[in-house]
Design a protein around this ligand. Structure first.
Ligand code: ATP
Length: 594
């Protein structure tokens, strides 16, 4: 129960703005229960007056009153239920938006440590489970409680002795619910986790379908899905069995209660202390009284199950963003793009060792700094610090002399554009994909960016041109073409600082050649930090930095580093022109990958 309370306290604030409506719903629920109670009393009256006497004249007045009450109850019931559904859905909408907003602020390592399918499940199934707890649960509990109180009062009014017998048996329902609660919670938690695992496997398998087919691993993937699906089935069956067992058990308890009441009632009638109408009405009340008591117990079980969802969602909401906006941000200025790193060290949260140690360098407008090094050296980590996905543990990074943490994140990322390693395609047309770089850009600006990125020709050759729809993983464009779309997007952003993370990764020599020219146009006049294994652009760089084991081990121009015969020379080896002094053009040296 403490879990339910804690979950409720955590998510209740999200009902702000709808509490007036919740009050109206409660009003409707109470009126509905009152109408139900009144109809039963009218039924008793009708039995004792019209039915027993067989008088039609005595029939009309209670019958009309009963009809009036029924119509009123129906209207109020309709209003209350519609409003409750609307409020519940609004709550789901708000909760999902809040969780999604929070997820957007979380650092890269959060997404590396959680399977995507599991996150999807938390944002869908678990969000709905919490709605059960906070909105439908509360409305259901209030409705059940008021109904139980009204029926109990009416039963007391009809025959208080008999009513007390009835009430004495009611706690049996709550006891039964208590006994089941723990097991229901475990089954529900397992079911939700298994749901997430299934979504993850399906998503991963579909995402890697080419690899799976190429390596003939379809059967393995099927087994993987089967394993998760069986875990889900076990949990689902366990949950269903528990709730069925509870239902049936309660059914038997209810029968015992009703029989006890009728038995006592028959004895009362035989002693002349009760009329048949009263007994029938009383039996009806019992029929009505136990379901709300029962549903209070059932509700307890649903709420307990919902806490499993609350717990899983809490894990997301408790994850902290790695960086936040400064309290007193530095005022905006026209950024020139001078980057400076001094003594920068960084370790990923939870990682035993530092990924970067004591890194320092500067880069100014119009300069190209190539950062290279073996796999795992810390190059991508550096790009994450420059775009402030993380702050360094030690040292500082400044933009035009202002430390990055003093800048509003939006301002920083407007001025420091990242071209990530994965060519990211968004759901939308090519025009929207490019326009994403700068919201509000005109079609002419988008087209100009596409021309500069050498994308215009292949885009216009497509049947739908700029209106060709793209979607992640389903784009009918080559890797090089997608990369040029990404370059056009970055062109449009027109940020003074560019961070290019492996801009030619995954492209063959021909495709790489096609992106080099647009890349150079993109870099012109900007401060560019290019993280790459591909040394084809290194001869053009003002400075090449070699990172190894998180440290900056060498720095200089391509030719200086080659003549130094250190790590860089080894990385670039064997290169046909390692000792020539005449630098080749970028295109000629393009295949200098190591
Ligand atoms: N989320 C993370 N949590 C813990 N350690 C991480 C995380 N991401 C990366 N690392 C570690 O940090 C180090 C640097 O990784 P990084 O991705 O920056 O290397 P890289 O030089 O970009 O490699 P590659 O060239 O293969 O992309 C590696 O040892 C890696 O294992």
């Amino acid at each position: 129960m403490t879990d339910v309370r804690a979950a409720f306290r955590r998510f209740w604030p999200l009902t702000r703005g709808d509490r007036g409506r919740l009050l109206v719903i409660v009003g409707c629920v109470v009126l509905s229960a009152l109408a139900e109670t009144a109809s039963i009393l009218l039924f008793a009256h009708l039995t004792d007056t019209a039915l027993r006497a067989g008088s039609l004249t005595a029939f009309w007045a209670p019958a009309c009153a009963w009809l009036g009450v029924a119509v009123l109850g129906a209207l109020v019931g309709y209003l209350g239920n519609s409003l409750a559904t609307w409020t519940a859905e609004r709550f789901v909408l708000r909760l999902r938006a809040a969780v999604f907003r929070h997820v957007q602020t979380l650092p890269p390592h959060f997404f590396q440590r959680h399977r995507r399918g599991d996150l999807v499940e938390r944002l869908t199934g678990d969000v709905e489970a919490i709605e059960q707890l906070v909105v439908s649960g509360v409305v259901g509990a209030i409705s059940a409680a008021f109904s139980a109180v009204f029926y109990a009062c009416a039963a007391l009014y009809l025959r208080w002795g008999l009513a007390l017998v009835t009430f004495g048996l009611a706690p049996l329902f709550l006891l039964a619910a208590r006994r089941f609660a723990g097991r229901v919670r475990t089954a529900s938690r397992d079911e939700r986790a298994a749901d997430g695992a299934i979504t993850s496997v399906v998503e991963e398998s579909l995402g890697n379908v080419v690899l799976t087919q190429a390596y003939g691993r379809g059967a393995d993937e099927e087994r993987r899905l089967d394993r998760e699906a069986r875990a889900w089935m076990r949990a689902a069956v366990r949950g269903a069995r528990l709730s069925e067992l509870y239902e049936q058990f309660v059914e038997v308890v209810e029968t015992v209660c009703v029989l006890a009441v009728i038995g006592v009632g028959v004895w009362e009638i035989s002693a002349g202390r009760m009329t048949l109408g009263q007994l029938l009405a009383f039996a009806a009340f019992i029929g009505y009284l136990y379901p709300p008591v029962r549903s209070l117990g059932q509700l307890g079980l649903s709420l307990t199950a919902a806490t499993a969802g609350a717990h899983r969602l809490g894990e997301i909401l408790d994850a902290e963003p790695a960086v936040t906006d400064p309290e007193h941000p530095h005022p905006a200025w026209p950024v020139r793009g001078r980057l400076a790193l001094r003594g920068v060290s960084f370790r990923y949260p939870g990682s035993p060792r530092a990924s970067l140690r004591d890194i320092g360098f500067t880069a100014g407008p119009g300069e190209l700094v190539v950062v290279t090094g073996p796999s795992g050296a810390g190059k991508s980590t550096l790009s994450r610090l420059l775009t402030r996905f993380y702050d360094p543990a030690r040292g500082t990074i400044t933009l035009d002399g202002v430390p990055l943490p003093d800048l509003p994140l939006a301002f920083l990322r407007e001025n420091v554009a990242l071209l990530p390693q994965e060519t990211l395609v968004l759901s939308g047309t090519i025009r929207e994909n490019i326009g994403w770089g700068r919201p509000g850009a005109s079609d002419a600006e988008i087209e100009r960016a596409a021309r500069d990125a050498a994308a215009h020709d292949f885009v216009t050759a497509l049947p739908d041109g700029y209106d060709t729809p793209l979607a992640p993983g389903t784009a009918a464009l080559s890797g090089g073409q997608l990369q040029r779309i990404a370059i056009a997007r970055a062109m449009l952003r027109a940020a003074p600082v560019l961070i290019l993370d492996e801009p030619t990764a995954g492209l063959d020599a021909v495709a790489a050649r096609q992106v080099v020219r647009p890349l150079r146009r993109l870099m012109a006049g900007r401060t560019t930090i290019m993280i790459t294994h591909d040394l084809s652009l290194a001869p053009d760089a003002d400075r090449v930095l070699v990172v190894d084991g998180g440290r900056l081990v060498e720095s200089g121009t391509h030719h200086e580093l080659l003549t130094r015969a250190g790590v860089y020379a080894r990385l670039a080896h064997p290169l046909p022109d390692t000792v020539t002094d005449t630098p080749r053009t970028t295109e000629e040296t393009l295949i200098l990958r190591w």
